[in-house]
Design a protein around this ligand. Structure first.
Ligand code: AMP
Length: 354
């Protein structure tokens, strides 16, 4: 019997644990919070901080492999565990994805385009960066930003002072505003033997920096789709990555694809694979990090996945009554604004590819 350790206890860990259970694999969750969504569906749990070496050593002794369900697990934690048990994704992959500057530099180094960017630590840096990139952009904290948090939009020099204040002294990055036609993402998986398998790109709609909806397939032509899969493949191979990764991209009017962000974990824009494919992103990730063969990522249906955010949970009774609605609830407490409480996926017949 294999036991998979998961660092982090949110909804992604919960859906990983459910997928692991289907393969006969037990999960042991390690999370600083008690009674987390993942813990409540897992065989075992450790409630401790990520720098508690005694708790980490005991955790490592109980599991056969370790993975992470959110990208801000300290790289030092992954490194400590890797001395005792296989850990995927690697500390290096976490480190690269945890810092927007390191991430963009890595992408550009392997020939992948991004929005133009500059590291910004001071107001003077921001003035210089706006001179180089142009006056319209987004200032983001380098670390720990997610769902649009730690970001300030700039429409011209007059917004600079407020944007610097919004960073609260944290090191930042200025990104030029990408005038994209659509946002897409590729969910890719790489196995321990180097096999890469990708799901079809989804098209993503955000509001207030939070993902609302993913529609599959994305409305892109076959050449753009191939380029998107190639980009994701180059990223996982360059990182010697094992597991599932989410690669968010901006599709530009001229056909170019710019990578916005890489998420070294299962990804919200891949939730549709639970119903749309024989092997979901969650099962694929469990297979990869446990050293098992990867499964078939082909989509058998088109799908629309809609997040239930905050008060959206009030629609649950209606969703339960809706034919064809595949509902997932994460077992979280209060429905605070912006909190992802669940999602619903609706399948439609697969149309011929364009
Ligand atoms: P992020 O936190 O970097 O994933 O950004 C959240 C959302 O903000 C993205 O999905 C885009 O909709 C938008 N966004 C982020 N960066 C840019 C950019 N450089 N240009 C245009 N839109 C952006």
């Amino acid at each position: 019997m294999t036991t998979l350790g998961i660092l982090g206890g949110g909804q992604l860990g919960r859906m990983l644990a459910l997928a692991a259970a289907r393969l006969g694999i037990d999960v042991h969750v390690y999370c600083p919070d008690a009674a987390s969504p993942a813990e409540r569906v897992s065989a075992g749990a450790t409630v401790a901080t990520y720098d508690d070496e005694a708790a980490l050593a005991a955790f490592a002794a109980r599991v056969d492999a370790v993975t992470t369900e959110f990208e801000n697990v300290p790289a030092a934690t992954a490194r400590f565990l890797a001395g005792r048990v296989p850990v995927h994704p690697s500390a290096r992959a976490l480190e690269i994805a945890q810092d927007r500057v390191t991430e963009k530099a890595f992408l550009n180094d392997i020939g992948i385009g991004t929005a133009p960017w500059r590291a910004v630590d001071t107001a003077a840096d921001l003035t210089a960066a706006m001179g180089a990139i142009g006056p319209r952009g987004i200032l983001k904290t380098r670390r720990l930003g997610y769902d649009g948090k730690g970001q300030a939009r700039l429409d011209g020099p007059r917004d600079a002072a407020d944007a610097i204040t919004a960073m609260n002294g944290a090191p930042a990055i200025l990104e030029g505003l990408a005038a994209f036609e659509r946002e897409i993402s590729v969910i890719a998986a790489r196995g321990t033997d180097g096999t890469v398998r990708c799901y079809d790109p989804g098209e993503n709609r955000h509001a207030d920096g939070i993902l609302r909806e993913t529609v599959v397939p994305a409305a892109i032509d076959a050449a753009t789709r191939d380029t998107a899969l190639d980009i994701a493949g180059r990223i996982v191979s360059s990182l010697d990555y094992v597991g599932v990764i989410g690669v968010e991209m901006f599709a530009m009017a001229d056909g170019a694809l710019l990578v916005n962000e890489i998420a070294p974990r299962v990804h919200n824009t891949g939730h549709w694979t639970l119903e749309g494919c024989a092997v979901s992103q969650f099962e694929q990730h469990v297979r990869a990090v446990c050293g098992l063969p990867l499964g078939d990522p082909a989509r058998h249906s088109d799908a629309t996945m809609t997040n239930l955010i905050g008060g959206d949970v009030d629609t649950v009774p209606a969703l339960m009554a809706e034919d064809g609605a595949a509902l997932h609830l994460y077992g979280k407490g209060a429905a605070r604004p912006g909190r992802k409480m669940g999602h619903v996926t609706r399948l439609t017949r697969r149309e011929a590819d364009g």
